[in-house]
Ligand binder design. Structure first.
Ligand code: S3P
Length: 171
């Protein structure tokens, strides 16, 4: 059931643990848009996980695969696209994503993000990091999300359905 039609893709960005995948899937269901998860596509095409990619080939290799994947997937229409938390580190990604999409930044307090990523485990950039280190990483990236974002929404203590409704009102 198509509930909304937007003249652009909806791109979700935000730090690890901000719920881009969960929100993106739900948003795609609600809008009838196709759903693309950049990290999942990278893993499916590689045939191994992102942690494995970091440990086998390093972060720079991952970033170049990420950039090519974003470039390709951005060309879709009527798509919800969830990006990896670090996509904003490369301005070329941001330019590309904005060409056909509106960028929504899922914002959260560092405590919320830390609790979630700790529970979820397995992210290569997070393993063995203290709260202070994660908080520092979040602070460094904040200006990049801010510049990239067409819209921003705080997700702390909000159920997914409320977040999705808020995005549908915004875009
Ligand atoms: C990264 C975030 C991850 C994944 C990779 C690097 C980052 O995606 O792309 O581990 O630099 O923030 P999620 O935000 O989906 O966890």
């Amino acid at each position: 059931q198509m509930k909304h039609v937007f003249p652009h893709n909806i791109v979700l960005v935000g730090f690890m643990g901000s719920g881009k995948t969960t929100v993106g899937q739900y948003l795609a269901d609600m809008s009838g848009y196709a759903y693309y998860d950049i990290d999942t596509i990278i893993e499916e095409e590689a045939g191994y996980s992102i942690s494995e990619m970091f440990s086998r080939h390093g972060e720079a290799f991952f970033r170049s695969v990420e950039r090519k994947t974003i470039e390709r997937v951005s060309n879709n229409d009527q798509a919800v696209i969830s990006c990896g938390g670090g996509c904003i580190l490369d301005q070329r990604n941001v330019v590309c994503l904005k060409q056909k999409g509106k960028v929504v930044w899922l914002m959260a307090e560092p405590e919320t993000l830390y609790e979630r990523i700790k529970l979820q485990g397995t992210r290569p950039l997070i393993i063995n990091r203290t709260f202070a280190e994660i908080e520092d990483m979040i602070k460094k990236r904040q200006p990049l999300y801010s510049v990239a974002a067409d819209y921003r929404i705080s997700i702390d203590r909000k159920p997914v359905s409320d977040i999705v409704d808020a995005i549908l009102d915004l875009v």
